[in-house]
Design a protein around this ligand. Structure first.
Ligand code: G1P
Length: 298
């Protein structure tokens, strides 16, 4: 029996400079998508996939994130007193049980690979998930759950993958495909942020991973790669030739929003707003109005 994936690492140490001035005092992961912080979407997705331990790799200035997952007794009492049971339930669903969540600091911004390495002592010798909360994925079956199910068949290392326009490949880790089996591909190479002309394909890595603990051993020895940073992609690529592991790309079913960019965040806001029964009619009406008046002005 394959060991179950019950731990997930959430690297959230980045400064979020693309969202300044908002991120001057608010961690990017707390920024609101409709009425929930970005990070809550990743947590819900992780829970649906069977994750029981949540490991956050943070940095200075992320205190609001820790408060968010803490119980808020005064607020809860107030809602109880006012009989706002529905809100109380929503609030309680965001609490983390004692011991379920851990925070570890990345003291230097040395890259995603280094951030993951910082969590090595909390993971030990078992497979683990990595979730980048900037990548928000709307899907009928949550993306990580799809991957956990696929991983039960393959084992090894698995990264979420998606075709991106050729002129965007330099923003991603890119896969060199050995064998394409449809939703699953066997990987024979991985390059972090290649130039368009050097990219082996346009199949990009999206921020969901299921990794073997060997990755930590590889990260122990890892030198700086693309952008002068220690890259997770490079540590995963070292597992390609491991006969007992290997690397797979998984084309998930769902729509991915790049909430690390302003355009992506706005698109996600519209999409998640339209998906909500309580907001759809108003929002749809407004969008029609805006489009009609823009057309009229042309
Ligand atoms: C990270 C990874 C990259 C991956 C991307 C997905 O890059 O290093 O391989 O394709 O996430 O969002 P970042 O966006 O943090 O620069």
């Amino acid at each position: 029996m394959r060991k179950k994936v019950t731990k997930a690492i959430f690297p959230v140490a980045g400064m979020g400079t693309r969202f300044l001035p908002a991120t001057k005092s608010v961690p990017k992961e707390i920024m609101t998508l409709v009425d929930r912080p970005l990070v809550q979407y990743a947590i819900d997705e992780a829970r649906a996939a069977g994750i029981k331990e949540f490991i956050f790799v943070t940095s200075r200035g992320k205190g609001a994130l820790e408060d968010y997952f803490d119980v808020a007794p005064t607020l809860e009492q107030e809602l109880k007193k006012k009989g706002k049971d529905e809100l109380l339930e929503i609030l309680k669903s965001t609490n983390m049980d004692s011991g379920e969540i851990a925070y570890i600091r990345q003291h230097k911004a040395l890259g995603l690979g280094h951030a993951i390495w910082c969590a090595r002592r909390l993971v030990h010798n078992e497979p683990f998930a990595v979730m980048l909360p900037d990548d928000v994925i709307a899907a009928e079956k949550p993306c990580l759950q799809q991957m956990v199910e696929a991983y039960e068949e393959t084992g090894g290392n698995m990264v979420a993958a998606m075709e991106v326009p050729q002129d965007r490949v330099s923003s991603y880790g890119v896969l060199d495909v050995e064998e394409d089996m449809g939703s699953m591909v066997k990987v024979k190479g991985m390059v972090e942020k290649p130039k368009t002309e050097d990219a082996p394909s346009n199949l990009a890595v999206i921020g969901r991973y299921i990794l073997s603990p060997n990755i930590f051993k590889n990260l122990n020895k890892m030198k700086a790669g693309a952008g002068g940073e220690i890259q997770l992609t490079d540590a995963i690529a070292q597992e390609i030739d491991n006969p007992e592991a290997g690397v797979y790309g998984y084309r998930f079913r769902g729509q991915r929003f790049d909430c690390g960019s302003k355009a992506g965040f706005l698109q996600a806001t519209v999409a998640f707003g339209l998906a909500r029964d309580d907001l759809r009619d108003d929002l749809e009406g407004y969008l029609h109005e805006v489009m009609a008046s823009r057309k009229a002005a042309e």
